[in-house]
Design a protein around this ligand. Structure first.
Ligand SMILES: [Zn+2]
Length: 174
């Protein structure tokens, strides 16, 4: 009953995390990743609408966000049409009664905060020795990313995490 989730985002006025891209890899795809075939197109992805105009942010935060767009995930602040409230509703339904994997304290905390009445079990892969994306790419090769942005991509990340989990399980089984 596992599910893997990853987010890419920006900074808000209080330096808080603002999600922009969310990718979810579902149980059956995780299971198949534990078998032999990995379907790189199987993740569900959303690009979330900006909560307000970039101009409303303090200059230093704005600069950080422009840097993220240019040099990190390649997604601009203004992209996306999905309302965050719809995503929260969707996630609440999707994550129900699941074991959910994410990576990193900030994303972990965002998921917990967004779904205070959660009925799922959230695990941070960092507590299980999951290395950086750079290292995962070296280990498992670069996987399919979205074709509409260049840079770090949640779709690739959830598949890399699936590979990591698969290897971890295999090692434990042996
Ligand atoms: Zn992407």
């Amino acid at each position: 009953m596992a599910l893997i989730i990853d987010l890419q985002g920006f900074r808000g006025s209080e330096n808080e995390f603002i999600p922009k891209e969310i990718a979810i890899l579902e149980e059956n795809e995780v299971s198949s990743a534990m078998g032999d075939d990995i379907n790189n197109n199987a993740a569900t992805k959303f690009i979330i609408k900006a909560p307000y105009d970039l101009k409303e942010l303090p200059r230093d935060i704005r600069r950080q966000n422009l840097w993220l767009s240019k040099h990190f995930h390649g997604i601009s602040w203004d992209r996306g049409t999905t309302e965050l409230s719809n995503i929260n509703e969707y996630l609440e339904e999707k994550l129900k009664s699941r074991v959910v994997f994410c990576k990193g304290k900030e994303k972990f905390n965002w998921i917990i905060r967004s779904m205070p009445e959660r009925s799922f079990f959230l695990l941070d892969l960092e507590n299980y020795g999951c290395p950086s994306i750079k290292v995962l790419r070296k280990q498992y090769g670069e996987l399919t990313r979205c074709d509409d942005h260049k840079g770090v991509c949640s779709v690739e990340n959830v598949h890399l995490f699936a590979d990591f989990i698969r290897e971890k399980i295999r090692k434990n089984v042996k």
